[in-house]
Write a protein that binds this ligand. Structure first.
Ligand code: MLT
Length: 273
């Protein structure tokens, strides 16, 4: 069910809260909302409690009054506010792409709140120069042509090409949903991603298991660069999914089994069984 929380700094915060059991928190990427995780929530909420927040400007979460203050650290605070409200001491945190950057900021600030961390098509490294330049061009495109055209052109490229051809309605629906996010927030998120620091050192310090999920056909996160981080954590699991782009939560029904396995692994990790 969707929950709403009023907060002095963020205004209204919306999040999905479904199921009971060990807590799995799902952080969406750019330019999506918690609805991107609908299939995963349906598949896993009979075993786990699934919490999926909407970042500012998406779902029913308010736009922040000064978008220029958006940062991965600020979004990590929003996750802590929800966990505190729900009296959740610890969780397994799954961050998709930009949600993974937020998960790294959360792991740095509140490591004791984690039982496990999964970077889903994401990285602990900062932007390459090439990526920064691409973001500058995207901001200029949004300012010149508007966000609707930008999203229509950008989102299909996040999926493996065969998926776009076989599932055009699903991809169009996701484009439609993402168009609710105001252009000012899209730009603010791009700027926030550009200024995020390299947090690969945080992976070295974590005392909890870390899982990485990558898509072989992801053109947004290049596999060769992303694989460099997987040996940094003390305990690391890597899944490279074939026939998958940047959107395995939509493209690959088997992602729910991988995350279910990771949840069990994290639950038993400290007891050593
Ligand atoms: C996302 O899916 O969140 C974006 O691709 C992140 C990014 O642009 O780095």
């Amino acid at each position: 069910m969707q929950k709403l929380l009023m907060h002095s700094q963020f205004g209204q915060i919306s999040y999905e809260d479904a199921g009971t059991g060990p807590v799995l928190v799902l952080l969406h990427g750019f330019p999506f909302s918690s609805s991107i995780f609908q299939q995963l929530i349906a598949a896993l909420s009979h075993t786990y409690r699934m919490i999926a927040p909407d970042f500012p400007g998406s779902g029913s979460t308010s736009v922040i009054s000064s978008p220029e203050v958006a940062s991965m650290e600020l979004l990590a605070q929003l996750i802590k506010i929800i966990l505190d409200q729900e009296k959740i001491e610890q969780c397994v945190l799954v961050g998709h792409s930009m949600g993974g950057y937020v998960a790294m900021a959360f792991a740095e600030a509140y490591p004791g709140r984690l039982k496990g961390l999964c970077l889903l098509h994401s990285t602990a490294y900062d932007d390459t120069e090439e990526k920064r330049q691409a973001r500058v061009r995207s901001i200029q495109f949004i300012q010149t042509h508007g966000s609707a055209l930008f999203l229509k052109q950008m989102i299909p490229g996040l999926f493996a090409s065969h998926y776009v051809h076989t599932h055009p309605e699903q991809v169009n629906e996701i484009v439609k949903q993402s168009q609710r996010i105001p252009a000012e927030m899209l730009i603010a998120y791009y700027k926030a991603m550009m200024k995020r620091p390299d947090r690969s050192y945080v992976l070295r310090t974590l005392r909890t298991p870390v899982a990485f999920v990558f898509g072989k056909e992801d053109t947004s996160l290049l596999l060769d660069q992303a694989l460099a981080q997987v040996s940094l954590p003390g305990d690391s699991t890597v899944h490279v999914l074939g026939q998958t782009g940047h959107m395995s939560m939509i493209e690959q029904p088997r992602l729910s089994r991988l995350l279910g396995y990771f949840m069990d692994y994290c639950e038993t990790y400290l007891s050593g069984t």
